[in-house]
Design a protein around this ligand. Structure first.
Ligand SMILES: [Fe+2]
Length: 217
Protein backbone atom coordinates (compact mmCIF):
# COMPACT_ATOMS: atom_id res chain seq x y z
CA UNK A 1 0.00 0.00 0.00
CA UNK A 2 1.52 3.32 -0.98
CA UNK A 3 0.80 6.89 -1.88
CA UNK A 4 3.89 8.43 -3.47
CA UNK A 5 4.06 12.16 -4.07
CA UNK A 6 5.70 12.91 -7.42
CA UNK A 7 7.58 16.06 -8.24
CA UNK A 8 7.99 15.79 -12.03
CA UNK A 9 5.27 18.37 -12.77
CA UNK A 10 5.97 20.71 -9.85
CA UNK A 11 5.51 23.58 -9.20
CA UNK A 12 2.51 23.56 -11.54
CA UNK A 13 0.82 20.29 -10.56
CA UNK A 14 0.85 18.22 -7.38
CA UNK A 15 0.57 14.56 -8.35
CA UNK A 16 0.40 11.34 -6.37
CA UNK A 17 0.96 7.79 -7.63
CA UNK A 18 -1.21 5.38 -5.65
CA UNK A 19 -0.83 1.59 -5.43
CA UNK A 20 -2.99 -0.93 -3.55
CA UNK A 21 -4.86 1.52 -1.35
CA UNK A 22 -8.16 0.19 -0.04
CA UNK A 23 -9.53 3.68 0.46
CA UNK A 24 -8.43 7.27 0.04
CA UNK A 25 -10.16 10.51 0.97
CA UNK A 26 -9.68 13.48 -1.38
CA UNK A 27 -10.71 16.91 -0.11
CA UNK A 28 -9.80 19.35 -2.92
CA UNK A 29 -11.22 19.06 -6.43
CA UNK A 30 -8.85 16.49 -7.95
CA UNK A 31 -8.51 14.33 -11.02
CA UNK A 32 -8.15 10.57 -10.63
CA UNK A 33 -6.87 8.41 -13.51
CA UNK A 34 -7.28 4.65 -13.10
CA UNK A 35 -4.15 2.88 -14.39
CA UNK A 36 -5.14 -0.69 -13.39
CA UNK A 37 -5.54 -1.78 -17.01
CA UNK A 38 -3.71 -5.12 -16.68
CA UNK A 39 -5.38 -5.90 -13.35
CA UNK A 40 -8.79 -4.89 -14.81
CA UNK A 41 -9.80 -3.28 -11.49
CA UNK A 42 -12.35 -0.48 -11.19
CA UNK A 43 -11.98 2.33 -8.67
CA UNK A 44 -15.18 2.53 -6.64
CA UNK A 45 -16.88 5.87 -5.94
CA UNK A 46 -19.82 6.62 -3.64
CA UNK A 47 -23.27 5.88 -5.02
CA UNK A 48 -22.19 2.79 -6.95
CA UNK A 49 -20.28 4.73 -9.57
CA UNK A 50 -16.90 3.51 -10.85
CA UNK A 51 -13.81 4.70 -12.68
CA UNK A 52 -12.92 1.85 -15.08
CA UNK A 53 -9.28 1.20 -16.09
CA UNK A 54 -7.85 3.85 -18.42
CA UNK A 55 -10.64 6.29 -17.58
CA UNK A 56 -10.61 9.32 -15.27
CA UNK A 57 -12.97 11.32 -13.10
CA UNK A 58 -13.02 14.66 -11.30
CA UNK A 59 -13.79 14.16 -7.61
CA UNK A 60 -14.09 16.42 -4.57
CA UNK A 61 -14.67 15.80 -0.83
CA UNK A 62 -15.04 12.09 -1.48
CA UNK A 63 -13.66 8.73 -0.32
CA UNK A 64 -12.53 6.42 -3.12
CA UNK A 65 -12.19 2.63 -2.71
CA UNK A 66 -10.08 -0.08 -4.37
CA UNK A 67 -7.28 2.00 -5.85
CA UNK A 68 -5.11 -0.71 -7.43
CA UNK A 69 -2.98 1.70 -9.48
CA UNK A 70 -3.92 5.34 -9.95
CA UNK A 71 -2.60 8.76 -10.73
CA UNK A 72 -4.09 11.65 -8.74
CA UNK A 73 -3.66 15.29 -9.72
CA UNK A 74 -4.62 17.18 -6.58
CA UNK A 75 -6.35 20.54 -6.91
CA UNK A 76 -5.55 20.49 -10.65
CA UNK A 77 -7.34 23.83 -11.28
CA UNK A 78 -4.65 25.50 -9.13
CA UNK A 79 -2.74 25.76 -12.42
CA UNK A 80 -4.49 28.74 -14.05
CA UNK A 81 -3.88 28.78 -17.81
CA UNK A 82 -5.54 32.23 -18.06
CA UNK A 83 -2.61 33.67 -16.07
CA UNK A 84 0.18 34.76 -18.47
CA UNK A 85 2.80 34.44 -15.71
CA UNK A 86 1.85 30.78 -15.23
CA UNK A 87 1.92 29.86 -18.91
CA UNK A 88 5.22 31.71 -19.39
CA UNK A 89 6.71 29.81 -16.45
CA UNK A 90 5.55 26.45 -17.89
CA UNK A 91 7.09 27.25 -21.28
CA UNK A 92 10.37 28.22 -19.57
CA UNK A 93 10.42 25.11 -17.37
CA UNK A 94 9.24 22.32 -19.70
CA UNK A 95 10.93 21.44 -22.99
CA UNK A 96 9.23 21.94 -26.32
CA UNK A 97 7.91 18.84 -28.06
CA UNK A 98 10.60 19.27 -30.73
CA UNK A 99 13.36 19.47 -28.10
CA UNK A 100 12.02 16.24 -26.57
CA UNK A 101 11.44 14.25 -29.77
CA UNK A 102 13.82 15.69 -32.37
CA UNK A 103 11.17 14.76 -34.96
CA UNK A 104 11.15 17.35 -37.80
CA UNK A 105 7.33 17.54 -37.95
CA UNK A 106 7.33 18.79 -34.32
CA UNK A 107 9.51 21.85 -35.07
CA UNK A 108 7.76 25.09 -34.08
CA UNK A 109 4.71 23.42 -32.49
CA UNK A 110 3.48 25.22 -29.31
CA UNK A 111 3.57 21.95 -27.33
CA UNK A 112 5.63 21.77 -24.09
CA UNK A 113 6.29 18.55 -22.16
CA UNK A 114 7.07 17.94 -18.50
CA UNK A 115 9.71 15.34 -17.62
CA UNK A 116 8.40 11.77 -17.74
CA UNK A 117 7.38 9.67 -14.77
CA UNK A 118 8.16 5.97 -15.29
CA UNK A 119 7.20 3.07 -13.05
CA UNK A 120 6.94 -0.73 -13.17
CA UNK A 121 8.66 -3.51 -15.11
CA UNK A 122 7.80 -5.43 -18.29
CA UNK A 123 4.18 -5.22 -19.32
CA UNK A 124 3.50 -3.32 -16.08
CA UNK A 125 5.80 -0.48 -17.15
CA UNK A 126 3.96 2.82 -17.45
CA UNK A 127 5.25 6.18 -18.63
CA UNK A 128 3.32 9.42 -18.14
CA UNK A 129 3.97 13.09 -18.44
CA UNK A 130 1.98 16.27 -18.88
CA UNK A 131 1.86 18.33 -22.05
CA UNK A 132 0.92 22.03 -22.24
CA UNK A 133 -0.32 23.45 -25.55
CA UNK A 134 -0.13 27.24 -25.50
CA UNK A 135 -2.48 27.81 -28.47
CA UNK A 136 -5.86 26.43 -29.49
CA UNK A 137 -6.62 24.56 -32.73
CA UNK A 138 -3.07 23.30 -33.26
CA UNK A 139 -2.70 19.67 -34.41
CA UNK A 140 0.39 17.77 -33.26
CA UNK A 141 0.84 15.82 -36.50
CA UNK A 142 -0.66 12.47 -37.56
CA UNK A 143 1.36 9.32 -36.88
CA UNK A 144 0.87 5.57 -36.60
CA UNK A 145 4.12 4.49 -34.98
CA UNK A 146 5.71 5.27 -31.63
CA UNK A 147 9.24 4.92 -30.28
CA UNK A 148 8.23 1.85 -28.23
CA UNK A 149 5.52 -0.81 -28.36
CA UNK A 150 2.93 0.59 -25.97
CA UNK A 151 -0.79 1.08 -25.53
CA UNK A 152 -1.48 4.82 -25.66
CA UNK A 153 -4.37 6.94 -24.41
CA UNK A 154 -4.58 10.60 -23.41
CA UNK A 155 -6.31 12.23 -20.44
CA UNK A 156 -7.49 15.84 -20.66
CA UNK A 157 -6.50 17.85 -17.57
CA UNK A 158 -7.22 21.55 -18.32
CA UNK A 159 -8.85 23.26 -21.30
CA UNK A 160 -10.20 21.35 -24.30
CA UNK A 161 -8.66 19.14 -26.93
CA UNK A 162 -9.42 16.20 -29.18
CA UNK A 163 -7.94 12.96 -30.43
CA UNK A 164 -8.26 12.81 -34.19
CA UNK A 165 -8.46 9.34 -35.72
CA UNK A 166 -7.91 8.99 -39.44
CA UNK A 167 -9.10 6.27 -41.79
CA UNK A 168 -6.97 3.31 -40.79
CA UNK A 169 -4.17 3.64 -43.31
CA UNK A 170 -5.01 7.04 -44.78
CA UNK A 171 -3.81 10.16 -42.97
CA UNK A 172 -5.69 12.46 -45.36
CA UNK A 173 -9.18 11.47 -44.26
CA UNK A 174 -10.53 12.12 -40.75
CA UNK A 175 -12.61 9.26 -39.40
CA UNK A 176 -13.34 10.57 -35.87
CA UNK A 177 -12.66 13.61 -33.70
CA UNK A 178 -12.95 12.50 -30.07
CA UNK A 179 -13.54 15.67 -28.04
CA UNK A 180 -12.03 15.87 -24.60
CA UNK A 181 -12.90 18.09 -21.62
CA UNK A 182 -11.15 17.91 -18.21
CA UNK A 183 -11.58 14.36 -16.85
CA UNK A 184 -12.02 12.71 -20.26
CA UNK A 185 -9.78 9.87 -21.46
CA UNK A 186 -10.55 8.98 -25.07
CA UNK A 187 -11.44 5.38 -25.94
CA UNK A 188 -8.62 3.05 -26.98
CA UNK A 189 -7.67 3.28 -30.63
CA UNK A 190 -5.15 0.41 -30.91
CA UNK A 191 -6.12 -3.15 -31.82
CA UNK A 192 -5.25 -6.40 -30.03
CA UNK A 193 -1.90 -6.55 -31.86
CA UNK A 194 -1.02 -2.99 -30.83
CA UNK A 195 -1.54 -1.55 -34.31
CA UNK A 196 -2.76 2.02 -34.53
CA UNK A 197 -4.68 3.95 -37.14
CA UNK A 198 -3.21 7.31 -38.10
CA UNK A 199 -3.92 9.61 -35.15
CA UNK A 200 -2.96 12.90 -33.57
CA UNK A 201 -3.80 15.10 -30.61
CA UNK A 202 -5.19 18.54 -31.47
CA UNK A 203 -5.72 21.38 -29.01
CA UNK A 204 -9.08 23.19 -29.12
CA UNK A 205 -8.12 25.82 -26.52
CA UNK A 206 -4.83 26.32 -24.67
CA UNK A 207 -4.75 23.17 -22.57
CA UNK A 208 -2.90 20.54 -20.57
CA UNK A 209 -3.25 16.84 -21.30
CA UNK A 210 -1.59 13.66 -20.06
CA UNK A 211 -0.25 11.07 -22.52
CA UNK A 212 -0.33 7.61 -20.89
CA UNK A 213 1.90 4.85 -22.26
CA UNK A 214 1.52 1.24 -21.04
CA UNK A 215 4.19 -1.13 -22.34
CA UNK A 216 2.89 -4.23 -24.06
CA UNK A 217 5.77 -6.32 -22.62
FE1 LIG B 1 0.37 8.42 -30.69
Amino acid sequence: MAVTQLNFAEPFFTIDYVEAEKELYLAPKSMVINLAEHEKKDILLPGGRIIPPLKAAVVQDMTLHCLTRAFIIRDFERCDLSDPETTKAIMQTWKSLYEMSGIPRHKGLPYYKSPKFCIGEGDHHIELNLCFVSEGMVPSGPHRDHDRDFDEVHAQILGYGMMRIYDYDDKEHIHQELNMAPGTVHDKMYDAQGLYPWHEYKSVTPCVYCPIELDRG
